[in-house]
Write a protein that binds this ligand. Sequence first.
Ligand code: FSO
Ligand code: SF4
Length: 544
Amino acid sequence: MFCYQCQEAAKGTGCSIRGVCGKTDVVANSQDLLIYTVKGLSKLNLIAKENGIEKEEIDKFIMESLFITVTNVNFDDNVIYEKVLEGIKIREELKVELQNKGVDLSKETHDAINFIVDRENVEKKREEVSILKTENEDIRSLRELITYGVKGMAAYANHAYVLKYADKEISRFMEKALAATLDDSLSVDELVALTLETGKYAVEVMALLDKANTSTYGNPEITKVNIGVRNNPGILISGHDLKDLEQLLEQTKGTGVDVYTHGEMLPAHYYPAFKKYDHFVGNYGNAWWLQDKEFETFNGPILMTTNCLVPPKDSYKDRVYTTGVVGFPNVKHISEDETGNKDFSQIIEHAKRCSAPTQIEEGEIVGGFAHNQVLQLADKVVEAVKTGAIKKFFVMAGCDGRMKSREYYTEFAKKLPKDTVILTAGCAKYRYNKLEFGDIAGIPRVLDAGQCNDSYSLAVIALKLKEVFELNDINELPIAYNIAWYEQKAVTVLLALLYLGVKNIHLGPTLPAFLSPNVANVLVETFGIGGITNVDDDLKMFLG
Ligand code: FSO
Ligand code: SF4
């Protein structure tokens, strides 16, 4: 195996024996093969679209397969292998359909469009498609940068899709980008251009998801979220899928079972649609990587709707349920029926047999500062900037992770001068969201827009401020970007910000292992991207 798609890549270069995330070599190789299958299918699907064959189910298959390979989503080799077989079947059926229409496919000789596997030869095939097979490290770096950006897009598109929002142009672009990564004739410059184009569609897919979420569940609003517990048995729901949460809340109504959020599900409390449920109690615990301790003390069943799943410990494994794209061997999986509904009754019955959660924290945290809410406060914000009460905003969005070096973000937040405001989204916020920062003229000093999926809100806020202050360039705003990344959705957000023209973004705790020195140089020279050093020096740099 070789994988370097996330921030925790072993030794900062790549995992080659077993993933730091817990992924085995078999799963890692299987994921490579699934991506290869999807790339071949994408190439063929573009030909089909040019010839008037447009199938929603193929776009859906591509989207889900990509999402499955995102870090900490699916650790089940059987699921991934079945997906490969399904992809090949879809591809071969599409070929027949195209040939019946008289389309000549004889020039489509790329192995990704033609290979077949079975249990006998799958191991060999998996190794053949390792990303290390692209020998030129710059081409490999750009191909992977594009692939990861598209994986993140697939996750966003999937969340929008379950709420019945889709955009054919976005799917077409994703397929075009994936197909391009198979093309040996593309130069480094062409791949750089495609990387930037990925940023354009990243903005579009994030806008689509924002529309899907806010049209379905209302605009997030300022909300206090309880972090303590009650005495009823509970179900803990984690990941990012709001539709799963909605169905769980409906099905637990009147059962005596409470529902708590974990990790990236916390921002669900900010949506008006979920406030009507009295048994939607609060948020339990912190960011994803602490689940091995927090799932233990929660005592009841846990539903993982998306990443980040940590390989469950035996002590609570029987209480973990996965759904959607998530999977882990020997962990119960809840599938949807043909109408998209999920039956969570076995989780509810399971909860009734469990004790109430053990309290690990108490009090409240405040969030809900997505674009609509912040724009309602725009007058106050603009006034505070004009009077100098707010000197600078710090975008500290992104992800959290296990690495000790991420303590940097707690210290950085604590040492920020009192006339600064943190704009956040994603699980990165758990490094500082329970500390007391006070407010500036009634504006809290930490404004949480929501999940990493809601990073779009931060871009909307920045663009609005640019308009209000009548600036020509988004970089003239008093906003600094000190972003923590972990998995591929963060790559998508980064490409989106670059597309919007944001310069001088600092990325930590380490720069991506998949950036070759030359590709990193392009990002440094064109966009001023940088890493982090230590809190004091970085503060001087940001405030200087
Ligand atoms: Fe965090 Fe995990 Fe939301 Fe990510 S839970 S790390 S970018 O998968 O999804 O922020
Ligand atoms: Fe390693 Fe990250 Fe890949 Fe897991 S996803 S194998 S931790 S690089």
